[in-house]
Design a protein around this ligand. Structure first.
Ligand code: RTP
Ligand code: MG
Length: 156
């Protein structure tokens, strides 16, 4: 149902609060790797928005701390387009834990701009289906609806 894998794809990338000051450098890195910026938005997420965005992790022990981190400052949401954009951006990000990234993928964004397993500089959609959902989260018509109303609509 979602966009096919392979070929021209779009993915949702996000620069997290710990790396928002390096926005231009990170966007330049994406460009250099053949990923074109189709849409870009700098915003502050509310706790409810972070809980919705990361709802698959809501039962994990790190969830409350993830919500604090993600609301600690601005994030930059980007729609990136290019050949195999979903895996290409994940590859450029590096492993989830920035300390691991520095050991095994020194040129990756998480190795260069992140700190540890939580403060890891960037997010990237993990599949074309996630990408579609996450692009709508930041850039769909619903993203203009206040979060409280969205939560009510989600239950209808
Ligand atoms: P993301 O969704 O942000 O692109 O990262 P990911 O796929 O590589 O990792 P995921 O398992 O989806 O985790 C989402 C984010 O939660 C934070 N986290 N903290 N303290 C911890 O053990 C821990 N584990 C995950 C990270 O910010 C991670 O990117
Ligand atoms: Mg993930």
């Amino acid at each position: 149902p979602c966009a096919r894998s392979g070929g021209r794809q779009r993915t949702l990338a996000m620069i997290k609060p710990d790396a928002a000051a390096s926005e231009e450098e990170i966007v330049a890195l994406a460009h250099r790797h053949g990923l074109r910026v189709v849409a870009r938005r700098r915003l502050n997420l509310s706790p409810a928005e972070v809980r919705l965005f990361y709802r698959e992790h809501r039962a994990r022990p790190f969830f409350p701390s993830l919500v604090s981190f993600m609301t600690s400052g601005p994030v930059v949401a980007l729609v990136l387009e290019g050949e195999d954009a979903v895996p290409a951006w994940r590859e450029l990000m590096g492993p989830t834990n920035s300390q691991t990234a520095r050991a095994v993928a020194r040129a990756s964004i998480r190795a260069q701009y992140g700190t540890d397993g939580q403060r890891n500089a960037v997010h990237g959609s993990d599949s074309p289906c996630s990408a579609q959902r996450e692009v709508s989260f930041f850039f769909g018509a619903r993203s203009l609806v206040p979060i409280q109303l969205r939560l009510i609509f989600d239950r209808m």
